[in-house]
Design a protein around this ligand. Structure first.
Ligand code: C2O
Ligand code: CU
Ligand code: CU
Length: 489
């Protein structure tokens, strides 16, 4: 499982450490709010952006050269959105985490041609949460996202309004979009899928579009809306001083109560909201890498080696990174009220034996490669789900609307983040262990090392023309066919 992690430097790439020259303030994407009445306009365009100071990297973005604004919408609203594509290739844009009908979901059937537009109205009918938008173009999701097409969507509701949580955007409520990138010596983004069977990983970490970020926060509680927007890399986030913090939300909304943790593992596509206490004024670095115990006991890593590779952890989880330096500015307005004991009222229905059960098995066929099968660029291995690769002409599953189901996901080869459109689900178990408190909330993307089970119900329609997708959120796996389509009727 080589990929292009720390062990295998990318050819031509300048190593991440060499960029660690100067720190810059972490940018906060501008807000586009739905309550103005005007449509939210998102124009995709090409530009140049200093991921690293002094190097002008050719990029793409929404309304700017790189990444996109944060959309702020509200439960109950119908939000007009206009996408404009001024790029030279078509792009499909998907609202990841949104519970909207298939025809508004922005899957691969909904390509916006070069120079084309797509105007739609998004009915927001779901609880407060952090979602995101990104390309879903058939076979091109990886490169288009990597070059800069991604942005956050914040959904508010009456509950989030009432909760005494840090909520001043850009001050104590900070979006943190973490992505790994590689640049060549002239500053161009390097993207290569050859030999990247684990997906494309690079060793320069960016937050909200820049390397080496720092941010001043108030001397109080600070909420971070974390998104792993990387193509393939997994992170184990914690703070340099190993402080305890609280996880308050998963992909689809608040947890029932804050869960104290010291580290949070995030796979591509996942969002988590955490609240960190800076009231004693101590700065900290958000880092990623081996768990603290691994540093003392290196023999403890690689739980799943299964004879494939010693010390292997999926997605570069043990690669050590500095992510975001945080300093405390006592002048900033600070929230110091204690965290609310209760955040949400998720009630898990008891699983019934008469609910439909669906099974999905993700596979990557290494044998193909050993047999020396022709290797077109980007297809080093056969990949798919339930024995077949994604085919736009095939509806793989037909689901009944408003009906609870149990989905059992398995991985035959390696670890994968399994994502489902049009819903949030409740995880029952992962690798045979009951779901942990910190993952007991609504989710739409789940880690599958060996197996995971969840219950799910779809409340909106998805037709044969505009079905929903389920797929691995390692974008190179998705692009190579680890995806399927389903309708809801
Ligand atoms: Cu975030 Cu189908 O994807
Ligand atoms: Cu999605
Ligand atoms: Cu995968």
């Amino acid at each position: 499982m080589a990929g292009a992690g720390l062990g295998t430097p990318l050819r031509g790439a300048v190593r991440g450490a060499q960029w660690r020259t100067s720190k810059r303030t972490m940018p906060v994407p501008m807000l586009l709010e739905s309550n103005t009445g005007a449509p939210i306009e998102l124009t995709m365009r090409a530009g140049e952006w200093e991921i690293v100071p002094g190097l002008y990297t050719p990029t793409i973005g929404f309304n700017g050269p790189f990444l996109g604004p944060t959309l702020r919408v509200r439960d109950g609203q119908d939000v007009p959105v206009v996408y404009r594509n001024t790029l030279t290739e078509s792009v499909a844009i998907h609202g990841h985490g949104l519970h909207v009908p298939g025809e508004l979901d922005g899957g691969p059937q909904r390509e916006i041609e070069a120079q084309g537009t797509w105007a739609l109205e998004l009915p927001i009918r779901q609880q407060a949460s952090t979602s995101w938008y990104h390309p879903h173009t058939h076979g091109k999701t990886g490169p288009q996202t990597y070059h800069g097409l991604a942005g956050l969507i914040i959904i508010d509701d009456d509950n989030s309004d009432a909760l005494p949580l840090p909520s001043t955007y850009g001050v104590d409520d900070l979006p943190v979009v973490v992505q790994d990138r590689a640049l060549d010596s002239r500053g161009r983004l390097i993207y290569s899928v050859e030999d990247a069977e684990d997906g494309f990983m690079a060793d320069m970490i960016t937050v909200n579009g820049i390397a080496n970020p720092t941010r001043a926060v108030p001397a109080g509680l600070v909420r971070f809306r974390l998104l792993n927007g990387s193509n393939a890399r997994y992170y184990r986030f914690r703070f340099s001083d190993n402080r305890t913090f609280h996880k308050i939300a998963t992909d689809g909304g608040f947890l029932n109560e804050p869960v104290p943790i010291r580290e949070v593992v995030m796979l591509p596509g996942e969002r988590n909201e955490i609240v960190v206490d800076f009231s004693d004024g101590t700065p900290a670095m958000l880092v990623s890498g081996p768990a603290a115990r691994d540093a003392r006991d290196p023999g403890n890593r690689g739980r799943r080696d299964r004879g494939r590779r010693r010390d292997w952890e999926p997605g570069g989880l043990t690669d050590p990174f500095e992510i975001l330096q945080l300093t405390v500015d006592p002048e900033l307005p600070a929230v110091r009220t204690p965290l609310p004991r209760q955040l949400n009222a998720i009630s898990r229905p008891a699983v019934r034996s008469d609910w439909p059960v669906r099974r999905f098995e993700m596979f990557m066929d290494e044998d193909d490669r050993r047999r020396g099968a022709p290797r077109a660029p980007g297809s080093a291995m056969a990949m798919g789900i339930n024995g077949r690769a994604m085919d736009m002409r095939v509806i793989n599953e037909r689901v009944r609307r408003h009906q609870w189901e149990r989905w059992e996901i398995q991985s035959r080869d390696g670890s994968h983040p399994f994502h489902v459109h049009g819903c949030s689900f409740l995880v029952l178990s992962q690798d045979g262990r009951p779901v942990s408190d910190e993952n007991a909330g609504w989710k739409d993307t789940v880690r599958v090392d060996d197996e995971a089970e969840f219950i799910v119900r779809f409340d909106h329609e998805a037709t044969d023309e505009h079905p929903y997708m389920y797929h691995c959120h390692i974008l190179e796996h998705e692009d190579r066919g680890m995806m399927g389509q389903f309708t809801v009727a």
